[in-house]
Design a binder for this molecule. Structure first.
Ligand SMILES: C[S@@+](CC[C@H](N)C(=O)[O-])C[C@H]1O[C@@H](n2cnc3c(N)ncnc32)[C@H](O)[C@@H]1O
Length: 204
């Protein structure tokens, strides 16, 4: 299983998403949608071994976490508008401490970014922080050490990043920094590159 936990610093926390203004009034909801698309969609297929979390810290009621489970997703298509509609439906519900299903494979809860990461750590999963200045991903996942049958969690930020406090938290829990490129990339492109690196490591 491959999981991504994305911190959406400005994305709104209620269902008042303007589908014509995902980047502006919805707080970079376009980024969230593109990340969901990159996390799951292949050409005419879905990555069923993937789970994606988006944790929103925008107005009016942060934090709100949305979980997308690849093996359960139905009727979602790769375009931003379709994904935004499903996010809107989820954010229209009142989030509780426990995950509540909104539509097939999409859940909502009132959870902090750190707490979701800690849950994964306590479940024994390997935690990696995607960062330009980390260890090259190909040194970590390759023929000798591929991702098959592993439970791997990747943490990434939006246009703002995850912030110093959460970086320190990741360091404290022993998350390894993993780099995909010497250049600063968009979060959705990072997800595509991670999938590609793991796909290649499995095939070698
Ligand atoms: C647009 S970048 C964030 C830039 C932001 N100014 C910062 O300082 O973090 C979005 C996210 O993609 C990931 N990322 C960007 N470039 C990367 C790279 N070369 N290798 C690994 N992860 C990267 C990081 O997790 C980052 O938080």
């Amino acid at each position: 299983m491959i999981e991504f936990i994305f911190k959406a610093n400005k994305s709104i926390t209620n269902g008042e998403i303007n589908l014509k203004d995902l980047p502006g009034s919805s707080g970079r909801m376009d980024l969230v949608c593109r990340c969901v698309s990159s996390a799951f969609f292949l050409s005419h297929d879905l990555r069923r071994d993937t789970i994606f979390y988006s944790v929103h810290y925008g107005a009016p009621n942060p934090p709100v976490a949305i979980k997308f489970v690849g093996s359960e997703l139905k009727r979602v298509s790769p375009d931003e508008r379709s994904i935004a509609l499903f996010i809107k439906k989820a954010l229209d519900k009142s989030p509780m401490q426990l995950w509540k299903e909104s539509t097939s494979g999409i859940y909502i809860a009132k959870k902090e970014f750190k707490d979701i990461i800690l849950e994964k750590k306590n479940e024994g999963k390997e935690i990696y922080y995607l960062h330009k200045d980390g260890e090259d991903i190909e040194n970590i996942f390759n023929k000798e050490n591929n991702a098959e049958n592993k439970n791997i969690v990747f943490i990434l930020g939006d246009h703002i990043g995850i912030g110093e406090e959460d970086e320190k938290f990741l360091e404290d829990i022993g998350a390894l920094k993993v780099s995909l490129s010497p250049l600063e990339l968009h979060a959705n492109h990072c997800i595509t590159i991670v999938h590609n690196a793991l796909d290649k490591a499995k095939l070698k």
